[in-house]
Design a protein around this ligand. Sequence first.
Ligand SMILES: [Zn+2]
Length: 361
Amino acid sequence: MKILVRNPLIVTMNENNDVIEKGAIAIDGNRINYVGPMEWTPAGPFDRTIEADRTIAMPGMINGHCHSPANLVRGMMPSKPLEIWRAYYRASLRDMREGDFYASALLGGMEMLKNGATTVLDHFFGNQACRFMGAGAAIQAMRDLGLRHIVALTLSDKNYEETMPLGDSAKQFSDEIRRMSASEAKPTQAWLEDCEAFIDTLHAPEKLTTACPGPSAVQRCTDELLRKSAEMARRRNLPMHIHLAETKTQAVMGREIYGTSLLKHLDAVGVLDSNLSLAHSIWIDDDDVELFARRDATAVHNPASNLRIGSGLAKVKEFLAAGINVGLGTDGSASNDGQNMFDAVRLAALIHNQAGTDFNQ
Ligand SMILES: [Zn+2]
């Protein structure tokens, strides 16, 4: 089917950031074969013409970090620090099964498509009662929507209480946290075998699916799990995704555990590489910025989630000045209350103005 889109304002996002005021887009089957000024539109005939004046056409956005199971609890989680917020969110996953993961991914995916995102990275953690924690159902939902997806299966072989200072104020939670950890515990090798099987079963770029490892966070994984996950991704030519230094507590605990920053530890175990994207990357040292840039890794900034649960503000201006690749994400709907990438764009464009008054930046 040949389609002509007439007269949209086209935001090309090309190297010169050209904007075409009266543009045209010609589509033949599943290929876009012309984007440019209206007057150079290739000759028809077209099966369908869409009059698109007073609309904007632009490349689809990429949501670089979210958790699809969170869409069913949108608006229900408290704005508490991540370490406490997490207990509420994880409890909500306990009763979810494949049908719920399908519905949750479908809801979030629809919202993304409606708001201009055509690709998403889903850092998936579901319920261990399901095969691959239910990730297959989320993948099916995104295939059904025609939403391109990278699903990074969350891996974590350390108990949560080993990574968190559970002081007196958390005593009332500590039994519950230990109980949750015990119910999720699995040996390192079992996590790795699961992830290999997940990729063997579900990785299918022709069906819009990239399946890859997604270690939860540096401090939530043994060095062996981090190293072997990275080896798996490299061997299969896949990306890898991880959370990095989302809260100050994590950064302080990381230094206590490793004697250095979380990023430097990741580098020391040979994981920091150009195929790795790191969600948040907020609480990092000044000399970490240079290391981050040198390894050509990607930081994924999630401004709405960071504000919603008060995690902090990534040094995005410094990242960009250092040449670090910076992506944007919504994070899950449990810490954002939506999956709208225009929100992420708007917040990212606004909140960093408060860090200085250099308007050339
Ligand atoms: Zn996250």
